[in-house]
Design a protein around this ligand. Structure first.
Ligand code: ADP
Length: 513
């Protein structure tokens, strides 16, 4: 299986093609080299033979002229002793053999060669299966004119070169074969070295390309399986590098989308719960109020019939307390359900907060220091002022409950510019001005679970009777209704900071609220 995978892999195919190309190139080079070297060796052999035969022809002039075999022998044997010489013959012009010796027998015919020799345009080279034969003439310079003319004529005497014999040197072609074999082995070695080095270079070159590709493939696979993928390294600026960059951008984008999807799902879940509770609340609140009114009226009638010091008054007081609590709960439910329908007016947020200051101080009590740091400039939002007051109040009540031993609550306002991602995606500019109201306390803070669930309706960490878990869900609903956003920063023991963002508008205030 892995062999099949290897065969089909890009790197293997490139490696194979390159190796085959290098092999072919090396083979062509080796063949050319062998051919070239072989002809050089042969040329050298012929040159050597020509030089030896010419040397012997020159050195044996007198011996041939005198047809003296003894005089000839030493020079001819000296030539025969040379490395590649196989046989040496010396003949007179009329083909009489003066010297004929050989190192070993060879296929050659003296008659044949000498019969070819005519004139002085020698040496003559001929080749048989195992030898190269070179025939050089032995020449002598003769005066063409009779000697007495030399004394009387001005013109220089005509000199004539005439052939008085032949020297035949036979060179061994075996040397050619063995030298060719050596060259062949050498060139094969060079080709192998080429192939080996080429393969190594190609291997590393391909690895440089395929390693990032393999990493990318693994990352794409992991991404496809929904696993979290880190950034793949971008090592080059070529096509592979650009591919890695594009992949990183894509996975970053996917991560962002995943985050957005999760937050949207969470918002949707909360919105559905609120919607359902709102519908339920609207449905039962009025009927329930009527029932409570009946109970309240009946208790009132009962109280009128009781003596002032009747022990039963304790029971009617408890019933009244419970009715008040139930009415408070119904009020919260009605407020909550009212967030579904809102009428908005231009409202200056700083004025609204300033007006609330005495009420807030009252709610917070003496042990909590209230610090306001509001913007001097006018900041108008489109809002239902009663609902915004409700938001601020709910947050302050929670802050107070988080600081039983007292503490500090600060409220700040400022205008900020926020990148609106969705608008940016739709290419609508994407930047908007918002009012940011920060309400922070030095209370006990929230742990992770509370932070995650605090906006859920009926989620509370307070004792029964103190909290109904509707405060923050009302806040959330109102802020959403106003096209705003609410963020929380809180940790156990480190206080809590709520940041409310509401869109700023250009409109002027018509009437003060
Ligand atoms: P309730 O106040 O009736 O419990 P909320 O919806 O207003 O309901 O708050 C839900 C929970 O969020 C609270 O019970 C509390 O645990 C937590 N919480 C809200 N505001 C704060 C705060 N400022 N500091 C600490 N915890 C807070």
């Amino acid at each position: 299986m892995w062999i099949k995978n290897l065969r089909e892999s890009f790197s293997f195919r490139v490696f194979r093609s390159f190796s085959i190309s290098i092999m072919i190139l090396s083979a062509i080079f080796a063949l050319f080299f062998v051919y070239y070297q072989k002809s050089r060796v042969k040329e050298n052999l012929v040159k050597e033979g020509k030089a030896l035969s010419a040397l012997l022809a020159y050195g044996s002039k007198t011996a041939v002229f005198a047809e003296n075999r003894t005089l000839l022998r030493d020079a001819a044997r000296a030539v025969l002793k040379q490395k590649n010489v196989l046989a040496v013959q010396v003949l007179t012009a009329d083909r009489r053999v003066l010297f004929d010796e050989e190192k070993r027998s060879f296929s050659g015919n003296t008659e044949e060669f000498t019969s070819m020799v005519s004139g002085v345009e020698l040496p003559v080279v001929s080749e048989s299966a195992d030898a190269i034969e070179i025939v050089s003439p032995v020449t002598l310079m003769l005066h063409a004119a009779p000697p007495e003319l030399l004394y009387f004529e001005d013109t220089p005497p005509v000199r004539k070169e005439s052939v008085i014999g032949f020297v035949r040197v036979v060179m061994d072609k075996k040397a050619l074969g063995s030298e060719t074999a050596t060259i062949l082995v050498r060139s094969a070695m060079i080709a192998a070295i080429f192939l080996f080095m080429g393969a190594i270079i190609i291997f590393f070159a391909i690895r440089r390309v395929t390693l990032p590709l393999t990493r990318l493939t693994d990352a794409v696979k992991s991404l496809g399986m929904g696993e979290s993928v880190g950034k793949v390294p971008v090592e080059t600026h070529d096509e592979v590098g650009r591919l890695a960059e594009a992949f990183n951008a894509m996975s970053e984008n996917l991560r962002e989308r995943e985050k957005e999807k999760k937050s949207l799902e969470e918002k949707l879940r909360l919105a559905r719960t609120m919607e359902a509770i709102g519908t339920l609340a609207r449905g039962i609140a009025h009927d329930f109020n009527n029932i409570l009114s009946t109970v309240e009226g009946s208790v009132y009638m009962l109280e009128r019939k009781l003596y002032d010091n009747s022990p039963l008054r304790d029971y009617t007081r408890r019933v009244n307390m419970s009715v008040t609590k139930a009415k408070g709960l119904i009020q919260s439910l009605l407020t909550f359900s009212r967030t579904q329908t809102t009428i908005l007016h231009p409202t200056e947020i700083n004025t609204l907060i300033r007006k609330m200051k005495p009420l807030l101080a009252n709610i917070l009590g003496e042990d909590v220091r209230l610090e306001l740091s509001l913007s001097e400039s006018e900041m108008v939002i489109k809002a239902d002022p009663v609902q915004i007051e409700q938001v601020i109040m709910n947050l302050c009540v929670n802050a107070r409950d988080a600081m039983p031993g007292g503490g500090r609550l600060s409220m700040e306002s400022a205008s900020v510019i926020i990148e609106d991602k969705e608008a940016a995606d739709r290419q609508k500019g994407g930047r908007r001005k918002y009012v940011r109201v920060m309400i922070s306390d030095s209370g006990r803070g929230m742990d992770e679970e509370t932070r995650e669930r605090m906006f859920e309706p009926f989620f509370t960490t307070k004792d029964s009777g103190r909290g109904n878990g509707l405060g923050l869900s009302i806040v959330y609903g109102i802020i959403e209704q106003h096209g705003g956003r609410i963020d929380v920063r809180s940790r156990s023991g480190e206080g809590t900071e709520f940041r409310i963002y509401l869109p700023l508008v250009e409109e002027k205030i018509v009437e003060s609220t």
